[in-house]
Design a protein around this ligand. Structure first.
Ligand SMILES: Cc1cc2nc3c(=O)[nH]c(=O)nc-3n(C[C@H](O)[C@H](O)[C@H](O)COP(=O)(O)O)c2cc1C
Length: 343
């Protein structure tokens, strides 16, 4: 196969949270795509278990993705103010008042160790530069190492760190912004159409397009812009194998194009999803830094998903959501997307 790293050209984006399931990743890889596990919120032991589950389902290659550790300052005053905002919604959901989380994030080094032990074909990083030493160590162990850029300067830093390829994440894409430069270390807001060719021109390593690709037309466009593979996130949320809560799924099926918004309301870090009461009511509120709100809002989000209250869950999805709302199985979506890629 004359494709990037001998992997298929259609990649499923790693998606931490509800979509990080063995069944989905395996279905994508078995179906002719490159499935990736979003492992950022998984305890290290779970990473190993899910990777073993993927392997039990398919012998095709898959990837694992982690959030680079980000410096953040604990701010209990800001956290308490955020908890006070959540309190009214907790009451609506019949939950006890929110409290300060005891754990804010997983141990990155332990996650990376578990990821290495899981032997994926590729390890990708987002929200940071893994750095020369880490990249060299991973490459020496036979992994393809990928970084995520939302602007050229990030791509150049990642290239200097030695990554094998850069994922260009455009503004259209769902979920958290994956950049790491700028005042809030969230990167830039460049569209995929502009970002991909700028990175292709600036870098000597392959570029993978992500953001707003939902059907064969988007895949063809990504290839025309110079991308070496196309990454699709949002459209895979609606395939049969994706274990989304019925609340999340129904909200994605009902959303209009203009409902797409960027928000920090659920996590403290900029992310794209479908607007709801939480994104609207916290639009102008200053929040504690990521990951404090992410951990603090988790009980509300989980309870709301169970209760069918889409106004209180993070409905991560990209701008192209309405383009492909009945994708069928993962294999059907991979096949439909692959029609846009010229061998
Ligand atoms: C629900 C969801 C979760 C995501 N989680 C991650 C993640 O854990 N790591 C990551 O690198 N990107 C994550 N992303 C961003 C994707 O990697 C990708 O950039 C984006 O989905 C591409 O745009 P699209 O949604 O328009 O297809 C997530 C996206 C979504 C929709």
């Amino acid at each position: 196969m004359n494709t990037l790293f001998n992997l298929p050209p259609i990649w499923m984006a790693p998606m931490a949270g509800e979509a990080s399931s063995a069944a989905l990743v395996a279905a994508v890889s078995a179906g002719g795509g490159f499935g990736q596990l979003g492992a950022a919120y998984l305890a290290p032991a779970r990473i190993g278990e899910i990777a073993a589950d993927i392997r039990a389902r398919t012998d095709r290659p898959f990837g694992i993705n982690l959030f680079c550790p980000q410096p953040w300052l604990r701010d209990d005053d800001a956290l308490d103010a955020y908890l006070a905002r959540l309190a009214a919604w907790h009451a609506e959901l019949g939950l006890p008042a929110p409290t300060r989380p005891t754990q804010f994030e997983e141990d990155f080094d332990a996650q990376l160790e578990a990821t290495i032990a899981a032997r994926p074909a590729a390890i990708s990083f987002v929200m940071g530069d893994p750095g020369v030493a880490r990249v060299a160590a991973l490459k020496a162990q036979g992994f393809k190492v990928l970084g995520t850029a939302t602007q050229v300067a990030e791509g150049l830093l990642l290239q200097a760190s030695g990554v094998d390829a850069v994922i260009a994440q455009g503004y259209e894409g769902g979920g958290h912004r994956g950049g790491f430069l700028g005042a809030k270390q969230e990167g830039a807001l460049l569209g995929t159409m502009a970002l991909v060719p700028m990175l292709v021109d600036a870098l000597d390593i392959p570029v993978i397009a992500a953001g707003g690709i939902a059907d064969a037309r988007g895949v063809a466009a990504a290839q025309a812009l110079g991308a070496s593979a196309a990454t699709v996130g949002t459209a895979f949320l609606l395939v049969d194998e994706c274990p989304l809560s019925p609340t999340y799924r129904a909200a994605l099926l009902a959303a209009h194009d203009a409902d797409s918004t960027l928000t920090r309301a659920f996590s403290g870090r900029l992310a794209r999803g479908v607007a709801n009461r939480v994104t609207r009511e916290l639009a102008d509120v200053t929040l504690p830094a990521f990951p404090q709100p992410n951990a603090a809002s988790r009980p509300m989000r989980q309870a709301a998903a169970r209760a069918g209250e889409a106004d209180f869950i993070s409905l991560w999805a990209g701008q192209a959501l309405p383009l492909n709302r009945a994708p069928g199985t993962a294999a059907q979506l991979v096949a439909a997307l692959a029609k846009g890629w010229r061998a």
